[in-house]
Write a protein of this length. Structure first.
Length: 100
């Protein structure tokens, strides 16, 4: 590796070009009435408190019959397949916590 000439700085850009990711959204139900709701918490602080309040509001407004709480150990890794399978088998609507 050679040194740059005096008075010159070489700047490297280590970023990659943006990727074009396309994911189809799940079909949304027309109404939440009578639908079991799942909450997938990413273990961020107070997410559980937020979901408990949201469950209460959904029960009052839409009379949801059941709620399932699942959690990921950290926000940076995907949920384990068994967690996704449990939610898919148990609920018709899922709310996923993605941030603080």
């Amino acid at each position: 590796m050679s040194l740059p000439a005096a008075g010159h700085i070489t700047v490297l850009n280590p970023t990659a070009p943006p990727r074009q990711l396309r994911t189809e959204m799940a079909v949304r139900p027309a109404d939440l009435r009578g639908k079991a709701v799942g909450f997938l918490w990413n273990s961020k602080p107070n997410g559980d408190v937020l979901f408990q309040r949201l469950e209460q509001l959904l029960r009052e407004k839409y009379e949801i019959p059941a709620a399932l709480y699942c959690r990921k150990p950290t926000a940076s890794i995907p949920a384990e397949p068994r967690v996704i399978e449990e939610m898919a088998a148990s609920v018709e609507v899922a709310v996923v916590g993605l941030g603080d």
